[in-house]
Design a protein around this ligand. Structure first.
Ligand code: PMP
Length: 418
């Protein structure tokens, strides 16, 4: 089933951060020739890609003498960075205080508390410069708390540097330098900036493509080179998209941007779970939706698309994996079944005749129309055959009766045209 892994014991859970597996997507990619590989970041011990930045941010603050024993780490987080920081903070004995917008899942609040952090939930629906905004509040707490630092993931170069040092080189090595397209999104922008910079230094032809939730302003600001004045609107996907450009996001590294709805993101996350066995969150759904779009467009079996899956589905059991919540938010669509899926599942039992239905048509009407089409086609076949049987027969009363029969069948099906 698998090669031996983890053959030696580890000194601390921190040593398990990074070197996450690259896994080929085999089912959601049906009909797409370009290989797509997912980097399963939920294999990190804290369960997300943000484990990678906790240690480097703390070490930088220690090196610069800003963080001293007994100190406090404060951060505004959508949850995952908080866990990454909390794991790294243990060894220094630091206390953690995190602010988090109320749109984030209850699971994440509980997780942060489980790791020993103090959590302050703030309103989501406030402008970025409002004192109750989660980042503004974190800033204030850090300022007012003695011996505290703000981790400052949105403006801290240690964030993108961590991905330049780890995520980027891992993707390069795991694909043996064959990666041609890197697809992700931006929350702080640390991942896409760090990985994008590293990969483009290795091979300037590598394309970096970003997804953005409908409601975020990043895609529009990229398209207008910062000239546009888009208004952010609420959306449900967590951890990505912004209402302003964070300092850690280098827009120059991005070659293309694609906007994706909550519905598309959650539908893809659910498909990744069911079809690939990869139990992931909504942002993973969004970025894979983009990756498949890219793979379909380039249509090249020699290309290689890589897309990280930032965090696990458990974090969203009360949301995108809860059908009631999905229905309440008009996000639940019946799973789309294509004709290809149907025929594949039917195997040898596939029907020789397919009945198609127009949107809004009742199944009964479609079946009736299908039955009529079938009858007409069978009638035509009979007519052709009858003609060839009748020709050599002697011209008697039986012959003329049969000719009459054939002619009446011809009259019956003629109005249906060809
Ligand atoms: N997905 C999830 C679930 C996240 O928590 C984050 C981080 N906020 C991201 C994606 C985006 O990562 P980055 O901050 O490096 O842009």
């Amino acid at each position: 089933m698998s090669e031996p892994r983890n053959l030696k014991p580890y000194g601390d859970v921190i040593e398990l951060i990074g070197w996450t597996p690259l896994i080929r997507l085999n089912h959601v990619t049906r009909g797409i020739r370009t290989p797509v590989y997912a980097k399963a970041e939920f294999f990190n011990p804290g369960g997300s890609i943000k484990d990678r930045i906790g240690g480097p941010i703390i070490e930088q603050a220690e090196r610069e003498g800003r963080l001293k024993p007994g100190g406090t780490i404060v951060e505004g987080t959508s949850g995952n960075t908080g866990i990454g920081l909390a794991i790294a903070a243990r060894n220094g004995g630091y206390k953690c205080i995190f602010t988090m917008p109320d749109k984030m899942s209850q699971e994440k609040v509980r997780l942060l508390k489980a790791f020993g952090a103090e959590v302050i939930v703030t309103p989501t629906a406030v402008p970025p410069d409002h004192p109750d905004n989660y980042v503004m509040m974190a800033k204030r707490i850090a300022h007012e708390t003695p011996n505290a630092i703000l981790a400052n993931q949105f403006y801290n170069d240690a964030n993108s540097q961590a991905h330049y040092d780890t995520t980027g080189p891992e993707i390069w090595e795991q694909t043996e330098g064959k990666v041609t397209h890197f697809v992700y999104a931006a929350g702080t922008g640390g991942t896409i900036t760090g990985v994008g910079r590293y990969l483009k230094e290795k091979n300037p032809k590598i394309q970096v493509i970003a997804g953005d939730p409908v409601g975020s302003v990043l895609a529009e600001l990229w398209r207008t080179k910062g000239e546009g004045k888009p208004e952010g609107t609420p959306y449900k996907v967590e951890g990505i998209g912004q209402d302003k450009i964070p300092g850690t996001l280098d827009m120059g590294v991005i070659d293309d941007f694609m906007t994706v709805s909550d519905k598309e993101s959650f539908a893809m996350a659910r498909r990744l779970t069911r079809e690939e066995g990869l139990f992931v969150g909504g942002s993973s759904g969004l970025v894979v939706h983009v990756a498949l779009h890219v793979a379909r467009r380039i249509d090249d079996p020699n290309a290689c698309v890589v897309v990280p899956l930032p965090d696990p589905g458990e974090r969203y059991l009360s949301k995108l994996y809860n059908d009631e919540w999905m229905r309440e938010n008009q996000l639940l669509e019946p799973d789309r079944v294509t004709l290809g899926d149907l025929l594949q599942h039917k195997g040898d039992a596939a029907p020789s005749t397919l009945v198609s239905a127009a949107p809004g048509q009742l199944v009964r009407q479609a079946l009736e129309a299908g039955a009529v089409r079938n009858a007409v086609a069978t009638g035509r076949k009979l007519l052709r055959e009858a003609g060839s049987y009748l020709e050599p027969l002697p011209q008697n009363k039986y012959h003329s009766a049969l000719v009459q029969l054939v002619e009446s069948l011809d009259t019956m099906i003629a109005p249906f045209g060809e």
